[in-house]
Design a protein around this ligand. Structure first.
Ligand SMILES: [Ca+2]
Ligand SMILES: [Ca+2]
Ligand SMILES: [Ca+2]
Ligand SMILES: [Ca+2]
Length: 476
């Protein structure tokens, strides 16, 4: 399905475009593309070759005469300067490329692309390879861009020596000292990656020192072979996330032995995942809808507002802090107006929020509907050192295959004095679940307190409440 924003969104996008065009676009004389030919005078390839030869060239503009460029081989931009490509609706078609991406950049400068479609390449649509010596921040800005049916990743930004392995030795795996910042406006990634396993709509690999920053406004990633969007940050540095208006649906079907997610973030080494996702869907993906994993030192702090993650094959929303490598750090989240329903039994629940290793978990959920999931509706779990605080209001958890709401605090050891559970559920209904309406479990030592205020808890197979070590106060 094409992405069809409302007229209001289109106007918003137009305003955003004006903001997004960097100063480089107005500096220097543009090289004009006047021909749809694969090569030769006035072609896109010739324009990029001129930019390769002259670092003063920072702007390539399609004049409107070219419509579809049937590339016969990869176009390589090797210049180190920032480059802006104003395409005004032109299509780069890679169907006749024998092998390789449609567009490859290797120089490490900022790249801005406006109004371009890239389709049918036998590998990546656009491959941005970060030089090992890059420093500072490499910025990639895409506005009004469509990335369609490329066989590799739709767009790859690669700052890792070998993304398929944990290359280098943690905590400093191989990758340049540079940070990566990608900004997307009214941009879509559809039907990419159908060649080999693990090819995504958008993949950003950051390695070594540096952060990975992702900003998206009106972004769709639909029907891609592996993840719709994957952000992979290694070594020291944070992932910063700001997505508004995402449609990240029906991704991950390609490899039955490794089905994939809508939006996958993997952070390792020192550093946190911090940010917001709002007005976004992650529905019908073949593994999880949102799959955010933070490892080693650092926190996971991502808030959600008006997000739907339903009909996925595993969890709708899966937050895991210290999932694979415990290194301390907290998990803190506020979720408002979230729906996570009809996610299948492959996962632990509609909304799964899990903190491991040292660190506290604080979850504030208001207006979360997590119903008819194969597992629990809402699962909040804290393991090892640290306490669990959950404030759940205006929730609806109905007809789930396990508990409606599950708050679970697991001790570190018998001497851990700071391992308490404090949960409040107010103005909510948790009924007709296979498990309990609310399960609250506190391993000793530690104090467990569950307060229920105006909560409907009828028709649950394992009773209104269950669990050990928790004092339950019910206020009608
Ligand atoms: Ca880096
Ligand atoms: Ca890093
Ligand atoms: Ca970390
Ligand atoms: Ca932790």
């Amino acid at each position: 399905m094409p992405f069809r924003p409302s007229p209001f969104f289109v106007r918003l996008a137009a305003v955003g475009l004006l903001i997004a065009v960097p100063a480089a676009a107005t500096a220097g004389r543009p090289v004009l593309v006047t021909s749809s030919a694969n090569a030769g005078a006035g072609s896109f390839r010739a324009a990029i070759d001129r930019a390769n030869a002259d670092p003063a060239i920072s702007l390539v503009v399609f004049t409107g005469r070219a419509r579809t460029v049937a590339l016969q081989s990869t176009v390589v931009f090797s210049g180190a300067q920032a480059l802006t490509i104003e395409a005004a609706g032109v299509v780069l078609d890679g169907a006749a490329i024998g092998a390789g991406p449609a567009l490859l950049t290797t120089g490490g400068g900022d790249l801005t692309i406006l109004g371009l479609t890239v389709r049918n390449a036998p590998a990546e649509g656009i491959d941005i390879e970060v030089p090992a010596t890059a420093t500072g921040t490499l910025r990639v800005n895409l506005a009004g861009v469509a990335i369609l049916a490329n066989k590799g990743h739709g767009v790859l930004v690669n700052d890792q020596l070998d993304p398929s392995t944990s290359d280098g030795v943690p905590p400093n795996p191989a990758g340049s000292p540079a940070s990566i910042a990608i900004a997307l406006l009214n941009t879509r990634f559809e039907g990419n990656g159908y060649s080999v396993s693990d090819r995504d709509g958008l993949r950003v690999n950051e390695g070594g020192d540096g952060d990975l920053t992702f900003v998206g406004r009106l972004v769709s990633a639909e029907g891609n072979a592996a993840d719709g969007i994957e952000l992979d940050e290694r070594g020291p540095g944070n992932v910063r996330l700001d997505l508004w208006g995402g449609r990240i649906d029906r991704n991950g079907i390609f490899d039955p032995s490794d089905l994939d997610d809508g939006f996958d973030i993997d952070e390792s080494g020192d550093g946190s995942i911090v940010g917001t996702v709002a007005f976004t869907t992650a529905n019908g993906n073949y593994e999880e809808g949102l799959d955010f994993n933070e490892n080693d030192a650092g926190d996971l702090r991502v808030d959600l507002a008006y997000v739907e993650a339903s009909g996925n094959a595993e969890e709708g929303i899966d937050y895991e802090e210290d999932d694979d490598v415990a290194g301390g750090g907290d998990l803190v989240t506020t979720m408002i107006g979230v729906r996570a329903s009809r996610n299948l039994p492959g996962g632990d629940g509609g909304v799964k929020i899990r903190e491991k290793g040292a660190g506290h978990l604080t979850a504030r959920l208001n207006g979360v509907d997590a119903s008819e999931n194969g597992g629990a509706g809402i699962s909040v779990r804290e393991d090892a050192l640290g306490s669990l605080t959950a404030e759940i209001a205006n929730a609806r958890t109905v007809g789930n295959g396990s508990h409606g709401i599950d708050v679970d605090e697991n001790r570190f050891d018998q001497t851990d004095a700071v391992a308490d559970l404090t949960a409040t559920v107010t103005h909510s209904e948790s009924r007709d679940n296979v498990g309990a309406g609310v399960r609250a479990d506190q391993q000793t030592p530690g104090v467990g307190v569950l307060t229920l205020r105006r909560v409907t808890l009828t028709g649950n197979g394992a009773g209104a409440t269950t669990g050990n070590g928790v004092a339950v106060t019910t206020i009608p």
